[in-house]
Write a protein that binds this ligand. Structure first.
Ligand code: 3H9
Length: 687
């Protein structure tokens, strides 16, 4: 039974019981409808609805969204609760999200536990509330609050929900408080749908629309939610509900909703493979070697997760810098209200920095975040192996270097793993777990255990230059540089990619991170680069000219007053000049052509990564690009997006491009297989 009922005196208890998150699927909907009838037949005085396991309900079961809706539909179930002559009270613990929050809105009264939260995250799944949320919430909390909650989808903590009138009370034991609540007062509460609709305030609606234009560009659902809320304000409740339902069903089967669901479930599937034969090594004290921006960001992420952390640095100056860097992040978190003073102190107490490896002699996990040089890293690993316990797992945060070469520096390479964090490491969700040729199951399990502890999205990847993310990034930049050389400008390319859904294009992003890092990488790759492969020298010229990005006041763009960026005609001339030297007849690419070339190049590279087994499954690639590289989440990731084009069509397009450059446009065997067999790229397996 997904919904259970019991009676105590004249009070009915209805419990949603659908582990693990009480998602509202068919059995819950049917159970709730039966509970309405049961309560009425039993002539109860009130009904208290709650969720089993300290969780009210996570919303509609999104796994059902790929099939036709089946009766009873949630809006009808909630109308039955609303229509019932017995008042229902929602006793909310844990989370009440989406359809869960809508159940609460259909109740006559709502009581929350202090740590609980309530919200309407439907837009994050590409839909809008579909069971009355867009119609009931504005009546209850006013237009501005409702627009904010529904169009941005961010849940709200109990106290704030109480402050805006979304719930009546915050109590340690919501069910007991509901049981004790005064009958007369309860009887005076009217259903939310009968509250007067808020006055249409065009200024509030315009402001919300403007905020969406800035923050939700490219997404459909938030704008639809706004439209539906706005339309509902001029209509009787049931008519508003009809409009909402129509929009919900339409969005549910849209490409964006499918893409967002794909990423949602891929994130949840990112966990240690069931096939691992060893347990993780227990870790409480973690050593981090290197206290620069990356090392200190990693340190903070670990402190945030309750671990003890020691940074090992070179000499007093290095130690001092590491302490300053970590303290700066703690202070910033405090200032932004993300932690309180006690939390800041606890983090400071669990942190230390040293130049002496013997201070980390009890650490069973170490993460090296030192300078990106194979020699430096090998030396660090030897020192770690000497200082740490024999079973310690030694991890490198290298973004490009050969993990196997690093591992060979120590006597037990099976205990070496890559943990590739993304800057800022305490914020970015992605964690690439690099599996070397000798990496043991215990080391891999430890990597996943750390990922889980840090609440990151862990993705196992194999060893190659750049692993999954940076290898696709390198191809992204190479394709963009080729388009630049052959007929475009950085700003046109940036605009085309922003139009696709990136928050910023490749040149804007490089200006932010600095052109010198990519330059150093290109020099490192000189020795192994295929000499026959076309090389675009524009970025090298930029570095020669000292145009390293924002930090030097000029990169692909100019930053005359330190902030606002302006197009730089010198850069456009540079591209013209290089094209002239190379004897290239430039073409004027349209935005679509720019996007197509760049995205096809990335898809082809990603397909190779899967074919080579560097990525283990297509959805892992999707997670890497979405969670670490700014690929628009609502497009579902690179491989999911590729399937919307289709392997056959991709192969045909690459074939026609390969006439220009057969080396750069060498079709991935995996794409060819998918095209000939009809297998989806998302379902393709490594060779
Ligand atoms: C909606 O409600 C529409 C309505 O307005 C209209 C209806 C007509 N469906 O995240 P976790 C699974 S739209 C199906 O790891 P946590 C998840 O896949 C919905 N399954 O746990 C995982 O499965 P597995 C609006 C779901 O403790 C397991 O539960 N609601 C759903 O870190 C544990 O999940 C939302 O958008 C679902 N809705 O976080 C809320 N939710 O074990 C989405 C979870 O097989 N959910 N699962 O891998 C969440 O935000 C988080 O899951 C939650 C728990 C905070 C609840």
């Amino acid at each position: 039974m997904s919904v259970t009922t019991r009676r105590e005196e004249n009070v009915g208890y209805v419990t949603i019981d659908n582990s693990p998150v009480n998602a509202i699927g068919l059995s819950v909907r049917s159970g709730l409808l039966e509970a309405v009838a049961w309560a009425e037949k039993s002539n109860l005085e009130r009904v208290i609805v709650s969720g089993k396991g300290g969780m009210f309900a996570a919303g509609a079961d999104a796994k059902e969204f790929d099939s036709e809706p089946v009766e009873p539909h949630l809006p009808d179930v909630l109308n039955a609760i609303d229509d019932s002559f017995i008042p229902w009270i929602a006793a909310i613990e844990g989370v009440a999200l989406g359809g869960g929050a809508e159940i609460a809105l259909a109740c006559r009264m709502r009581i929350m536990a202090p740590g609980a939260s309530i919200g309407f995250p439907e837009v994050t799944l590409g839909v809008i509330p579909g069971a009355g949320g867009t119609q009931r919430l504005p009546r209850l909390v006013g237009l501005a609050n409702a627009l904010d909650m529904i169009t941005f989808g961010k849940p709200m903590r109990a106290q704030l929900a109480r402050d805006i009138g979304l719930v009546h009370a915050v109590e340690d034991d919501p069910s007991y408080a509901a049981f004790m609540f005064n009958s007369e007062e309860l009887g005076s509460f009217v259903p939310v749908r009968d509250l007067p609709e808020p006055v249409i305030d065009t200024a509030v609606i315009d402001a919300a629309r403007e905020r969406l234009a800035n923050k939700s560009r490219g997404q459909i659902a938030p704008f639809r939610a706004l439209e539906v809320i706005e339309a509902g304000m001029e209509l009787p409740f049931l008519e508003g509900l009809t409009i909402e339902r129509r929009a919900f069903l339409e969005l549910r089967s849209s490409e964006q909703a499918k893409s967002l669901r794909h990423i949602f479930f891929a994130e949840r599937a990112a966990k240690a493979p069931a096939s691992l034969t060893a347990d993780p090594v227990a870790f409480d004290h973690v050593a981090i070697v290197g206290g620069g921006m990356m090392g200190s960001g990693i340190a903070y992420a670990l402190l945030h997760a309750g671990l003890r952390v020691t940074i090992v640095e070179n000499g007093d100056e290095g130690v001092e810098r590491a302490c300053t860097n970590v303290d700066t992040i703690i202070a910033a978190s405090l200032q932004r209200g993300l932690i309180d003073e006690a939390g800041a102190n606890s983090r400071r107490e669990r942190f230390s920095a040293t130049s002496d490896y013997s201070d980390v002699a009890d650490a069973t996990l170490a993460i090296e975040a030192a300078y990106e040089s194979i020699d430096v890293k090998r030396t660090v690993f030897r020192a770690l192996e000497y200082a740490l316990p024999a079973n310690a797992i030694l991890a490198s945060n290298t973004s490009y270097l050969d993990l196997n070469e690093i591992a060979n520096a120590v006597s037990k390479p099976s205990q070496v793993i890559g943990l590739h964090f993304f800057a800022p490491a305490h914020i970015m969700k992605l964690l690439e777990i690099v599996v070397g040729e000798h990496t043991s199951d215990a080391a891999l399990a430890t990597g996943f255990a750390l990922g889980k502890r840090l609440r990151k999205i862990p993705v196992a990847v194999g060893v190659c230059d750049g692993f999954v993310g940076n290898r696709i990034l390198a191809r992204y930049r190479e394709a963009a540089d080729t388009v630049l050389m052959d007929g475009s400008t950085p700003w046109d390319i940036d605009e085309a990619m922003v139009e696709f859904g990136y928050a910023m294009g490749p040149y804007c992003a490089q200006d932010l991170s600095g052109l010198d890092i990519a330059h150093a990488n290109r020099r490192r790759q000189d020795a192994t680069r295929d000499p026959a492969r076309r090389y675009i020298p524009i970025a090298d010229r930029m570095v020669e000219l000292g145009k390293l990005g924002r930090k030097t006041g000029a990169g692909w763009y100019r930053y005359p007053d330190g902030s606002g960026r302006v197009d730089d005609p010198i850069v456009a001339d540079l591209a013209l000049e290089e094209a002239h030297f190379a004897g290239i007849k430039r073409v004027d690419y349209t935005d679509d052509e720019i996007r197509e070339r760049i995205l096809l190049a990335m898809i082809n590279e990603a397909a190779d990564l899967l074919h080579e087994g560097i990525a283990r499954r297509a959805s892992d690639i999707d997670l890497v690009v979405v969670c670490g590289y700014g690929f628009p989440r609502w497009r579902g990731g690179l491989m999911h997006y590729a399937d919307t084009i289709g392997a056959k069509s991709i192969v045909a397009k690459i074939e026609s491009l390969s006439v220009e450059d057969p080396i750069a446009w060498k079709i991935s065997p995996l794409l060819q297989q998918c095209a000939s067999s009809g297998i989806l790229i998302s379902d393709a397996k490594p060779a």
